[in-house]
Design a protein around this ligand. Sequence first.
Ligand SMILES: Nc1ncnc2c1ncn2[C@@H]1O[C@H](COP(=O)(O)OP(=O)(O)O)[C@@H](O)[C@H]1O
Ligand SMILES: [Mg+2]
Length: 229
Amino acid sequence: MNKTIILHADKLIKTYPSKTKQLKVLDSVSLDIMGKNISVIIGASGAGKSTLLHLLGGLDRPDTGKVLFDNENIFDHNDDKLARFRNKNVGFVFQFHHLLPEFTALENVAIPQMISGISYNSAIKRAKELIYSVGLSNRENHKPAELSGGEQQRVAVARALANDPAIIFADEPTGNLDSVNSEIINQIIVDLRDKLGKTFIIVTHNSDLVKLADDVFEMKDGKCKKRTS
Ligand SMILES: Nc1ncnc2c1ncn2[C@@H]1O[C@H](COP(=O)(O)OP(=O)(O)O)[C@@H](O)[C@H]1O
Ligand SMILES: [Mg+2]
């Protein structure tokens, strides 16, 4: 399969203020993310994995450095344009699903589409397909509290796909799940790569997911190194 670089990070520096001195979490991180790959980011707690993920997805801005997507540095965009970049091109899955509790699974997947201007009927139609693709058609009218943790996370994956983004970011998506449910999520991720050519960038401690990843990036001391096998 033809694979090209979809996201290029160039010399990202990110510091957080702290009481004693500035905390340099990312110390000039550069990397290439290949399209249609599963890339995982590993490293100890506090190594800066979430910080890096948030920068790559345009959820936060670095002190200096670039993230290039479609030949543009996303940090050259103002906040509105950066939000449009996220809405169109990327989806996010977090450790805790952040589903809206008062809405059904189906509505949780439909709402991001309606925010992008898609009609209610079209959004629900696509939401039904996405809910089906994560194997939850028989649960589509359940609210999050009526779903198991694994099912909630599958809804979160379906929601991340709602606007058909090229790249899906996930921050410890199975961190809160048992091994059976983790395995189901991992299989969905692999299927989405293989069948739809989705690109995944995933922070994880799940050794099975690390094994099936195409690329593994390890963070330590503010640096990020690609593992060569
Ligand atoms: N908003 C913030 N303000 C100050 N310090 C932060 C902030 N976010 C993260 N940190 C600190 O930056 C370091 C890296 O955090 P994080 O990227 O969340 O690491 P990881 O995801 O690898 O556990 C940690 O020491 C954390 O306490
Ligand atoms: Mg984290």
